[in-house]
Design a protein around this ligand. Structure first.
Ligand code: NDP
Ligand code: OXD
Length: 311
């Protein structure tokens, strides 16, 4: 198998990706996109921040490999012809980094490590108790490539783990709820809530006062989905009232988070700059090669976004 793949990206290093493909997928020839470059005849493209006009310059494009898992900017882009399949990135590097990030934050909230850091700064030797993990109710919203892996990881670390997705699924040791009619059962009394939903019209603003009300008093929130899923004013009120005890936020309405934003200095909020997970070039190259092999063999691609559902 040999195929050409265009890298159209305003931020990515062509040299780094070329080296990754050379190592992990030498059958795939990487072609650099440049303004005005004629890319006729090439059927595959990968991108995160596409160069202007790339879709018009690729009339034979069949599959667009997005260098990330969140595809909201692509499914809503009317310049991408309907016959082009938009493929979400699913590769071990991205998944494992997300597992690590969420586990780090769940452990922080579970064990109250932020209070310990404060105590150290104030030179205070404090006593602090915590429940056993199996008595700690943790819930993951979104059980796709990332949410499924995260829920399994949390379950493996002994947490009483629940999950929520649109369609029903079975994950060993995890109590799974499906659909809007089950969200209240899923949320009921959760002590740590992790959001790994894609941004769609249904999930925009889903992390709001109504939802917080269902959680256990003093629950913690981890948002690694998208910033627009969070009602920021509702979060600040919930933290002020003690309804929530802390939030770990990796994604924001406006990124970079503007300097005057109250989240930066809030004592109960941990801000990280949208780095919970990122693609690993070599394992992404391998994943894309496997997808291209499928396409070349006439097989269906995996992780294709559904433009109507929005993810
Ligand atoms: P997937 O598309 O694989 O999974 C999405 C999951 O969300 C599915 O389980 C889906 O349900 C569920 N879902 C979607 N809409 C609803 C809804 N209305 N109600 C209930 N469940 C819903 O995505 P990934 O797991 O790969 O990624 C998830 C998101 O994580 C990305 O869209 C992105 O926003 C974010 N992300 C953030 C990163 C960061 O660094 N902060 C890095 C990577 C991703 P079903 O299974 O039934 O279809
Ligand atoms: C992604 C992201 O969607 O980086 O992959 O947020």
């Amino acid at each position: 198998m040999s195929a050409s793949l265009v890298l159209s990206d305003t931020g990515a290093s062509f040299a780094a990706w070329e080296s990754a493909f050379r190592k992990a997928a030498p059958e795939v020839v990487l072609v650099r996109d440049e303004p005005e470059r004629d890319l006729r005849g090439i059927r595959y493209c990968m991108t995160w921040k596409p160069l202007p006009g790339v879709y018009a310059r690729m009339p034979d494009l069949e599959a667009l490999f997005v260098l990330g898992a969140g595809v909201e900017r692509f499914v809503g882009d009317a310049t991408i012809p309907l016959q082009v399949q938009i493929v979400k990135m699913a590769e071990p590097g991205l998944t494992q980094a997300m597992e690590h990030y969420v586990l780090w934050q769940v452990l922080e909230l579970h064990r109250g490590f932020r209070a310990l850091a404060t105590a150290q700064r104030e030179v205070r030797w404090i006593d602090q108790t915590y429940p056993a993990p199996w008595d700690r109710k943790v819930g993951v919203m979104g059980l796709g490539t990332l949410g499924d892996a995260v829920a399994r990881k949390l379950q493996g670390f002994g947490f009483a783990t629940r999950g929520w997705s649109r369609s029903a699924k079975a994950i060993e040791g995890v109590t799974v709820f499906a659909g809007g009619e089950k969200i209240a059962d899923f949320l009921d009394g959760l002590e740590i809530l992790v959001c790994l939903l894609p941004l769609t019209p249904e999930t925009r603003g889903i992390l709001n006062a109504d939802l917080f009300w269902h959680l256990a008093p003093g629950a913690g929130l981890i948002n690694v989905g998208r910033g627009a899923q969070l009602n920021e004013a509702d979060l600040l009120s919930a933290l002020d009232s003690g309804q929530l005890s802390g939030a770990s936020l990796d994604v924001f309405h406006t990124e970079p988070l503007p300097a005057p934003h109250p989240f930066w200095r809030h004592p109960k909020i941990l801000v990280t700059p949208h780095l919970a997970s990122d693609v690993d070039p070599e394992s992404s190259a391998l994943a894309i090669r496997q997808q291209i092999e499928r396409a070349e063999a006439g097989q269906a691609l995996e992780h294709v976004a559904d433009r109507k559902r929005g993810y």
